[in-house]
Design a protein around this ligand. Structure first.
Ligand code: PEP
Ligand code: MG
Length: 553
C-alpha cells in the first residue's frame, strides 16, 4: 500500500516503524479535592511551568552548540520555552485554579484557549498551536509525575511515526538512529518540516493514513515522491536502497556548478515563488533563479499591488543574488491561475483563453506597472536581471514585449515558449527577443492538447513525448543559429534523465524546484555532450517514450 503525503527534500529511507508514545491521559474536568488549597495548587503549577521552561532552555543551549540544523532548532526552542513563562497565560491558569480546577485541568484549558486562538489565525501562527500544545503537555506530565511525552528509545535505527513532532522532540532526535520521519499531520511549514529540512532528515509529512502504521512494520519513505510504501516487496526495497545511495552521492556535488562530464556548462537555476524561497535555492546550490513566478503578489488580492509594493518584493529577491542571474516572469493570469480582477469568468475553455501576455496586453496598466517596478528594483540591486513574458505566441508578440521592456530600461528581455506556435516561428523569434525560456508544463499541454489540470489525460503530461522534444529542438536550433540563449524552466528540467536529453538538444540552462538540483547536477556530471546528443537523438525517435496502455495490443 502507498500512503501519500508531502515529501521534505528528496531522500529515501527504509526501516521499521517506531511510533511516538501515546499522548498523556486527559486530566478530568472535575473540581479539585476540597482538601487542597488554591495556594498549594498554584505553587505546584508554578513549579511545573518553571521546570518545563528550564528544561526547554537547557535543550536550547545544548542545541546551540550543535550542528547548523541544531542551531536553528535552538532559536525555535528558546521561543517555545517562553510559552511556559508567559505571564498572561500563567494568570489565566491561576484564575482557573482559584475557581476550583485541578492544576492539570487548568493548564490543559489555559493552553487550549491560546491554541484555539492560534488555530483561528491560521497559516504560520496556526502551525505554532502544535508547539504550544506540546509545552502544555510537558507541564501536565510534570504535574502528573509522568515522563514528558517524546521520542521513544530504541537500540535499532527506526522510521519515527508521529501525529506531529514538537521542536523539543526534533532536537532530541538521535540522527544516527532516525532513518526518517513520517507525520500524519503538520504541513510543509510545520516545525517538523522546517527542522527536517535544516537537519537533512528524510521526511514525509501530512500523510493522514500514517496514523494506522504499527510498531516494527517495515516501510519505505520516499520524500521525492511524497510517499510511504507499506509491506514493500524485496524488489522495492532494493530499488529504495539504490535510490538512497544515489541521492547520498548526488549531495556530495552540491556547491559545484552544473556541467556535463566534459566540462560543458549547463547552469542550474532555481524556480521560486516568493522572495523568501531564495534561502532554499542557496541551500541546494542554485546558481541563480531561472523562474520567479510573480503571481504570489497578485493572488488573493482584489486589485493589483502598487508599483512600490512590487518594487520592494522584486528588490528583496534580487538583493539575495548579487552578480547572479535572476529571471523574473511577468504575471501569468488566466487558465490554471485565474485572477478575479483580470480573468473573464465566462470562458468555456480557459486554457485556450485569455492568459499570460494576452491578459497583460488587455490590462496595460498591470503590464506597465510590473515593468516599472522591475526596472526600479533592478536599479536598486546588483543581480543580473532577465525579464520574460509568459505565453508568447510568435515573433510579433516577442518583439512587442521585448521592445516594451527595453523602453523601461530593462537590459535583457525574453519570451517564454509555452505555445507550440512560438517554436514553429523560432527562427524569427530568435531575431527579435533576447532569450527564450521553455515552460515545458504548458508546452506539453498545448502540444498534446491535454489539459494539465485534468487527471483523465495526465498520461499525456510528459515532455518525454517525442513531439514535445521535437518542438523543443526547433527552439534550440534557432537559438544556436542566432546566438540566443535557450533555457528550460518547466518540470521537465527536474527529471535528471530528461535534463541530460535537454542538454543534448541544445538547452543552455535548466531551472527547477531547488530540491531537484542535487540529482540533476549529478546526472549531468555523468554524461559527456556527445553522450547527451546520442540520448537526445534516441529520445527524438521516441525510444524512451511509453505510450498510453490502450495503444498497446
Ligand atoms: C511552464 O508552463 O512550464 C511554466 C514554467 O510555467 P507555469 O508552470 O507557471 O505555468
Ligand atoms: Mg506556464
Amino acid at each position: 500500500m502507498i500512503l501519500k503525503g508531502v515529501g521534505i527534500g528528496r531522500g529515501v529511507a527504509v526501516g521499521p516503524v517506531l511510533r511516538m508514545a501515546e499522548p498523556l491521559p486527559e486530566p478530568k474536568d472535575e473540581p479539585r479535592d476540597a482538601s487542597i488549597t488554591a495556594e498549594a495548587e498554584n505553587e505546584r503549577v508554578t513549579a511545573a511551568l518553571n521546570a518545563v521552561n528550564a528544561d526547554l532552555n537547557k535543550r536550547a543551549e545544548e542545541a546551540a552548540n550543535g550542528d547548523d540544523g541544531q542551531k536553528q532548532a535552538a532559536e525555535i526552542l528558546q521561543a517555545v520555552a517562553m510559552f511556559a513563562a508567559d505571564p498572561s497565560l500563567a494568570a489565566n491558569i491561576k484564575a482557573k485554579v482559584d475557581a476550583g480546577a485541578t492544576g492539570e485541568r487548568a493548564v490543559l484549558d489555559g493552553f487550549g484557549q491560546v491554541e484555539d486562538m492560534f488555530r483561528a489565525i491560521g497559516g504560520y501562527q496556526g502551525e505554532r498551536a502544535a508547539d504550544l500544545h506540546d509545552v502544555g503537555q510537558r507541564v501536565i506530565a510534570n504535574l502528573m509525575g509522568l515522563p514528558a511525552p517524546g521520542v521513544p528509545e530504541s537500540d535499532e535505527p527506526f522510521v519515527l511515526v508521529a501525529k506531529d513532532l514538537s521542536p523539543a522532540d526534533t532536537t532530541a532526535l538521535d540522527l544516527k538512529k532516525t532513518l526518517a520521519i513520517v507525520t500524519s499531520e503538520g504541513g510543509p511549514t510545520s516545525h517538523t518540516a522546517i527542522l527536517c529540512r535544516a537537519r537533512g532528515i528524510v521526511a514525509v509529512v501530512s500523510a493522514a493514513e500514517a496514523i494506522d502504521l504499527k510498531d516494527g512494520e517495515q516501510v519505505i519513505v520516499n520524500a521525492a515522491k511524497g510517499e510511504v510504501v507499506t509491506e514493500p516487496t524485496a524488489e522495492q526495497v532494493e530499488e529504495a536502497h539504490e535510490a538512497k545511495a544515489k541521492a547520498d552521492k548526488a549531495k556530495e556535488l552540491r556547491g559545484q556548478p552544473g556541467q556535463l562530464a566534459d566540462g560543458t556548462r549547463i547552469p542550474l537555476l532555481a524556480n521560486v515563488g516568493k522572495p523568501s524561497d531564495a534561502k532554499v535555492a542557496h541551500e541546494y546550490g542554485a546558481e541563480g533563479v531561472g523562474l520567479f513566478r510573480t503571481e504570489f503578489l497578485f493572488i488573493g488580492n482584489e486589485q493589483p499591488p502598487s508599483v512600490e509594493e512590487q518594487t520592494k518584493a522584486y528588490a528583496e529577491l534580487l538583493s539575495q543574488f548579487p552578480g547572479k542571474k535572476v529571471v523574473i516572469r511577468l504575471l501569468d493570469a488566466g487558465a490554471d491561475k485565474p485572477l478575479p480582477f483580470l480573468t473573464p469568468e465566462d470562458e468555456p475553455n480557459p486554457a485556450l483563453g485569455l492568459r499570460g501576455l494576452r491578459t497583460l496586453a488587455q490590462h496595460k496598466e498591470v503590464l506597465e506597472g510590473q515593468l516599472k517596478a522591475l526596472a526600479d528594483a533592478d536599479a536598486q540591486t546588483d543581480a543580473d536581471l532577465w525579464v520574460m513574458a509568459p505565453m508568447v505566441a510568435d515573433e510579433w508578440e516577442a518583439e512587442y514585449f521585448t521592445k516594451l521592456g527595453k523602453s523601461f530600461g530593462l537590459k535583457f528581455v525574453g519570451s517564454m515558449a509555452e505555445v507550440p506556435s512560438i517554436a514553429v516561428m523560432a527562427d524569427k523569434v530568435a531575431q527579435v527577443t533576447d532569450f527564450v525560456s521553455i515552460g515545458t508544463n504548458d508546452l506539453t499541454q498545448y502540444t498534446l492538447a491535454a489539459d494539465r489540470t485534468l487527471g483523465s489525460v495526465s498520461n499525456y503530461q510528459t515532455a518525454w513525448h517525442p513531439a514535445v522534444l521535437r518542438v523543443i529542438k526547433m527552439i534550440c536550433d534557432a537559438g544556436r543559429e542566432h546566438g540566443m540563449p535557450v533555457g528550460v524552466c518547466g518540470e521537465a528540467a527536474a527529471d535528471p534523465d530528461l535534463a541530460v536529453v535537454l542538454a543534448g538538444l541544445g538547452v543552455n540552462s535548466l531551472s527547477m524546484t531547488p530540491v531537484a538540483l542535487d540529482d540533476v547536477r549529478a546526472e549531468l556530471a555523468s554524461h559527456t555532450m556527445e553522450e547527451a546528443r546520442e540520448l537526445a537523438a534516441k529520445a527524438l525517435d521516441g525510444d524512451f517514450y511509453k505510450p498510453p496502455f490502450w495503444t498497446e495490443d
